[in-house]
Each structure stands twice: as C-alpha cells, then as structure tokens.
Design a protein around this ligand. Structure first.
Ligand SMILES: *[C@@H]1O[C@H](CO)[C@@H](O)[C@H](O)[C@H]1NC(C)=O
Ligand SMILES: *[C@@H]1O[C@H](CO)[C@@H](O)[C@H](O)[C@H]1NC(C)=O
Ligand SMILES: *[C@@H]1O[C@H](CO)[C@@H](O)[C@H](O)[C@H]1NC(C)=O
Length: 400
C-alpha cells in the first residue's frame, strides 16, 4: 500500500475535522444498553421492510459479538440459497452493509436474491462491546490486534452461522475484513475453510509496502513511535480528543493544513453519495484498539511484533513474529477479488503483490474485478456498486 497507515490517518483526519470540534471526550463513547431496542435490526433493517433477527456469539477469548440475520428478501420469501457472512473494515461496523437504500446496499441485494444474510460487528465496536469477564474500561479488554480478529472473531462468527443453519456459507469482507480472512486462510485453518463455500474480498489488503513519500513516512513513524499505547491508552476512538490532537500534531509538524493533508492522503471516492456522509457520521466511526493500529502500522504480513526478541520469544517461541504467507491459501478455494484504481488503502501495487501470491491459484476459482475509478469506500457505499460490483459478485456466489 503505499499507505495503509496513512489512509488510516486520513480517515482519522477526515473524521476529526468533520466531527463537532469541541466535544472532549475520550470516554464519551457509549454503547447502547443491552436490552434496548436500538440494534441494527430495529434501526437499519426492519425500517426498510425486511425481516431481521439479532444474535450473539461469544469468542473463545470471551468477547461477545452481535450478529444480524436477514433470512428473507423484501417480498418475504425465505432464503433458498446458502448463508452469506459479511465482515466490515476498521473504524466502522456492520451498519456499512445496510447503509444505502435496499437497491444499492449489498446486504439487502443478497437477501433479495435469496441468500440467507448474516452481518457481524467486530469486538470493540458499538454493538459488540460485551465480554464474559471484562468491561471496555479494562485495559485487558483492548489487548488484541488483527491476530485475534483472524483467530477468534472470524472463527466464532463462521462457526455460529454454520451451527445455526447447518450450511456452508459464502463470505464477504471489506478492507480489514479481507485482511482478517486472508490471515486466517493463509494459516490453512481447515476447520474454518470447511465451513465456507467461497470468499469475496472487496478492497483486499494483504501487503503494506514501504511508504515512499516524506509526509507519509513521517506519519507512519510518528504513529509507531507514538506512545499512546504505553501511556495506557488502549481504546482508540477516532472522533475522540486524543485522535484530534494527534492529527493536529502531525499537520503542524508537516506545516500543512489538515485539509490539504486530507486531499493528499485520501483516495478520492468517485461514487459515494455525499448527502449520506452526515448520516454516516452519526453512527461511525467506531473505535479500535490502539494495539491493533500499532499492528497495522507494522508489517501486517506478520503477527504482532512486541518489539523485542525476548517478548516475541515468549509469545511465539521465535525471535521474530510468524509470517502470514498468502501463498498458503488453498488453490481450489473460490475467491472473488475486487480492487480500485484510486484506493489508497488497498493500493494497486499491493494488490498486485497479493495477486502474485495467488498466481498458482486454480484459474477457475479466481475472479478478479478491477474498478479503475473506485477508491476505498466506493466498494461498500458507492451508489453504482450494485451494477458494477454486486451483480457480478452475486453471480459468482450462485455458481460456487
Ligand atoms: C428497486 O428495485 C426494485 C426491483 O428491481 C424496483 O422495482 C424498484 O423500483 C427499485 N427502487 C428504486 C427506488 O430504485
Ligand atoms: C458449534 O457447535 C460445535 C459442536 O456442537 C460446538 O463445539 C461449538 O462451540 C459451536 N460453536 C459456536 C460458535 O456456537
Ligand atoms: C443520495 O442521498 C439522498 C439523501 O438520502 C437521496 O435522496 C438520493 O436519492 C441519493 N442518491 C443516490 C444516487 O442514491
């Protein structure tokens, strides 16, 4: 990528600029109370005339994740096709799949095409903040990265859907959701793969190249060096005070104003409905763990690097973190990959590295769709994604 880190920044910048400035509060993030009637089903799905069920699954390490199921299309006819599980990216949650109108949103379209649709929200986001023994105020709650998302959240969600329906499912990931899946697939988690029919990866992220430009490198170093984590800040809230200060510091050091920084770093989304952005910001962005962001700013093709050999030894039995080798992904596993020419998170060069890893993949099991005009958010929020992307994706699911 030229720039995973940087794009994370641009998201943060974007959000801290657009969000109301004066509200200070790192701790203002409030989860809905568990009994309240304001889950994704009630607020986003039933309002569009679709049936929706709320579910919960507990991961092996104790995190309680919320899932939503849409078992029928808008006509009310029950699904006659396999389940599809959708996994969102970083700083957002499952809302992203049902955000546009039913004719434009992937989740609704899948339901209308007879699929049994399941959404899941990752640990730490608004609807998935429960834990068997910890609360979100405990530092230990935030001790996780991509590694745990791949090994626990993904497995628990897939297993839950499989147990509940008795059927193998298709998977759709966006952004960090693709990285999570690719990490799991690369470890050849056979049990997991046995529950899946295929995977569609939108804006796939598997590599992070060295960052070429000076401002970008600066941001990355700043981030890695940043002692948020060591200062004890475990939960990273993009709209919070801390994020805003952090961004301010970067802008200041670069002698740039943040608006320019934004245009330098953000991929230009061609097709997101701008009048929806305010609505989007009411619910998003969602928190992540600081440790996860540190991991994402390291080489993501390895597990989390504790930064010294002794600690890595303790965790991995090796001095450096184990690799995620995408060449290990089983060659006959059906994959649909779509990436965009303007995407800074899933940069074209980095996607090409992934495609190179997959060069021996069974050609009949690999569909690649390049969208020249698309940037990161277009894949989930583009108003023309239904025609350009979701129709071919649905066709792919129908034959796999
Ligand atoms: C959505 O799609 C349905 C079915 O294809 C069509 O009947 C309806 O007019 C569309 N609605 C909008 C708002 O485009
Ligand atoms: C799924 O079912 C298996 C077998 O009964 C059980 O061991 C596992 O815990 C279940 N997983 C989930 C997430 O419900
Ligand atoms: C963009 O959003 C507005 C406000 O929700 C809506 O009225 C309009 O139809 C949307 N445009 C498209 C192309 O979806």
């Amino acid at each position: 990528m030229a720039n995973f880190v940087v794009s994370l920044f641009s998201i943060i910048v974007l959000l801290s600029i657009t969000e109301t400035q004066g509200r200070n509060a790192y701790n203002e993030f409030q989860a809905p109370s568990p009994d309240s009637n304001d889950g994704i089903c009630k607020t986003m799905v039933e309002t569009q005339g679709y049936t929706c069920e709320e579910h919960k699954v507990t991961t092996e390490d104790g995190y309680i994740l919320s899932l939503q199921r849409m078992p029928a299309g808008r006509s009310g006819e029950s699904a006659d096709k396999p389940p599809v599980l959708l996994l969102h990216g970083v700083f957002i949650d499952a809302v992203v799949w049902v955000f546009n109108s039913p004719n434009e949103s992937l989740a609704f379209m899948l339901a209308d095409n007879g699929f049994d649709v399941w959404l899941v929200s990752s640990r730490g986001t608004k609807y998935s903040r429960g834990h068997r023994s910890l609360t979100t105020n405990d530092k230990a709650y935030w001790e996780w990265t991509l590694d745990e998302l791949a090994n626990y959240d993904l497995r628990a969600s897939v297993e839950y859907v499989y147990n509940h329906t008795g059927k193998q499912m298709h998977f759709v990931g966006h952004s960090l959701g693709t990285l999570t899946a690719l990490c799991a697939f690369s470890q050849q988690q056979q049990q997991l793969l046995n529950m899946l029919r295929s995977a569609a990866l939108l804006s796939p992220i598997a590599h992070v190249n060295l960052i070429p430009s000076l401002p970008v490198r600066f941001a990355a170093e700043k981030f890695i060096a940043d002692d948020l984590y060591w200062l004890g800040l475990r939960e990273f809230i993009p709209k919070g005070d801390v994020a805003a200060k952090f961004v301010e510091r970067i802008c200041h050091s670069l002698k740039q104003n943040c608006k320019n920084l934004l245009s330098i770093f953000t991929g230009a989304n061609c097709c997101v409905n701008s009048s929806m952005i305010d609505v989007f910001l009411e619910n998003e962005p969602q928190p992540s763990s600081t440790k996860n962001l540190i991991h994402l700013s390291q080489s993501i093709v390895k597990k989390y690097d504790y930064g010294n050999e002794e600690k890595n030894m303790q965790h991995y039995g090796e001095a450096s973190p184990p690799l995620y080798d995408m060449r290990n992904i089983p060659k006959e596993f059906p994959l649909f990959l779509s990436y965009g020419g303007h995407d800074l998170l899933a940069d074209v060069k980095d996607v090409q590295l992934l495609l190179n890893d997959l060069k021996d993949h069974d050609v009949n099991k690999l569909v690649i769709l390049f969208k020249e005009n698309y940037a990161h958010a277009d894949f989930v929020m583009g108003v023309n994604a239904n025609k350009l992307l979701y129709h071919p994706l649905i066709t792919f699911f129908k034959v796999n």
